[in-house]
Design a protein around this ligand. Structure first.
Ligand code: HEC
Length: 159
């Protein structure tokens, strides 16, 4: 199968400093139902991320811990998938995506531990790295959904 040109161009333009060097820039190829489940999972994670910000700002350690722990254990694979959908995910998700996903969950775990230790500075550090990991994955695997990751091109001069 030929690679679509835009994917090749996007791979060349992937210049986010935090992005992993081996990471290809291409959208995931998922069937509509599995994509729907991923989007649902993402919306839950996004709500949790907002809760984390407020909990961090107010030293609400219990909410910080519980929400980080919830994000850590939320895997799309744990959703109610048919055997065929599980199989699809196993094969459709590139290794780079799985690695970013694993790092993302590991970061949520570190944040939960920092909350348990009531270490504000450490929790703030892991929170910022957590949000960064969202952006790294989106810039590599969800460019069509989030076109804002495209490199900035200054407007041409003249009218
Ligand atoms: C390992 C990869 C990965 C990580 C980590 C990740 N995302 Fe996503 N996210 C995706 C992909 C891929 C999509 C696009 C799904 C699609 O529409 O095809 C997406 C879509 C979304 C969406 C749109 C959902 C919708 O309704 O269409 C939101 C919101 C979102 N992510 C939030 C987050 C936040 C917040 C984080 C971090 C706390 C995060 N994501 C971490 C891969 C990731």
């Amino acid at each position: 199968m030929r690679k679509p040109l835009f994917a090749t161009v996007a791979a060349l333009l992937l210049t986010l400093p935090a992005a992993h060097a081996e990471q290809p820039a291409a959208d995931l190829h998922l069937s509509p139902p599995v994509r729907g489940l991923l989007q649902q999972e993402m919306r839950e994670v996004a709500r949790g991320t907002q809760t984390l910000a407020v909990a961090l700002a107010t030293a609400d350690w219990k909410t910080l811990h519980d929400t980080a722990a919830m994000i850590r254990s939320s895997y799309i694979m744990n959703k109610q998938l048919t055997a065929a959908q599980k199989h699809e995910l196993e094969h459709a998700l590139p290794a780079g995506f799985k690695q970013l996903d694993a790092e993302f969950h590991a970061r949520a775990e570190k944040l939960a531990l920092a909350a348990e230790a009531r270490d504000h500075e450490l929790a703030a550090f892991h929170y910022s790295r957590l949000v960064e990991s969202c952006a790294v994955c989106h810039s590599g695997y969800a460019r069509s959904r989030f076109p804002g990751f495209a490199p900035f091109t200054p407007p041409a001069h003249g009218h």
